[in-house]
Write a protein that binds this ligand. Structure first.
Ligand code: TYD
Length: 206
């Protein structure tokens, strides 16, 4: 008996973190995030998100993969093996899309690097909270990190990259319109989890 691994993906300010936390609580899953989620991962996160630290694109891809490898080994795999579900706020599709499609590193090489990092583990379901780039930029409130500081074209490539990954594997991806209210998006997420994984959900506590 193994648990399910559910990854949430989307552009910046798509609301995916709120949704990932909510569903994680509802299904009693372990919640984690990338980059980060372990001691070494959180240190790597500092480096990766600080716009003032210079990072070559390949270094960036390797550090993302290093954070992922540690997270899989230390948190994700052991929990799945005991039957717990795991919800991750971002997973390997983030690397394929940000370091591959948007930054311009070869997409297949970035995918290969990530699969090396996870030792072949893939999410059972990836939920894409999709939002037009204009809207996600308008929703932003805090200081921009390394990736948020990128030009609008970068974010357009991120969005297109996600949509094409989802289109290629519809059985493992759910694309959700993130422009609705919190409640509207929440019910779409619930529906995706029920339909794709056959999980039954308890009534959300109010
Ligand atoms: P975070 O503050 O978690 O952003 P968000 O709330 O949008 O998820 O920052 C994570 C940033 O790191 C985000 O801009 C995407 C980027 N990222 C990559 O470029 N590659 C990766 O593999 C991962 C996991 C994240």
């Amino acid at each position: 008996m193994t648990g399910f691994l559910i990854a949430f993906e989307g552009g910046d300010a798509s609301g995916k973190t709120t949704q990932a936390r909510r569903i994680s609580e509802l299904i009693g899953a372990v919640f984690t995030r990338e980059p980060g989620g372990t001691e070494v991962g959180e240190s790597l996160r500092e480096l990766l998100l600080s716009p003032e630290i210079p990072l070559a694109f390949r270094t960036e891809a390797l550090l993302m993969a290093a954070s992922r490898a540690q997270l899989v080994e230390e948190v994700i795999r052991p929990n799945l093996e005991t039957g717990r579900h795991v919800v991750s706020d971002r997973f390997l599709a983030s690397s394929i899309v940000y370091q591959g499609y948007a930054t311009g590193l070869p997409v297949d090489e970035v995918r290969g690097l990530s699969i090396f990092a996870t030792n072949g583990l893939l999410p059972d379901l990836t939920i894409l909270i999709d939002l037009p780039v204009e809207l996600s930029i308008r929703r932003r409130t805090d200081m921009p990190d390394r990736f948020e500081s990128e030009a609008i074209e970068f974010h357009e490539k991120v969005r297109e990259g996600y949509l094409s990954l989802a289109e290629n594997s519809p059985e493992r991806w759910a694309v959700i319109d993130g422009s609705g209210s919190l409640d509207e998006v929440s019910s779409l997420v619930d529906e995706a989890v029920v339909n794709h994984l056959g999980l039954s959900l308890n009534e959300p506590r109010s």
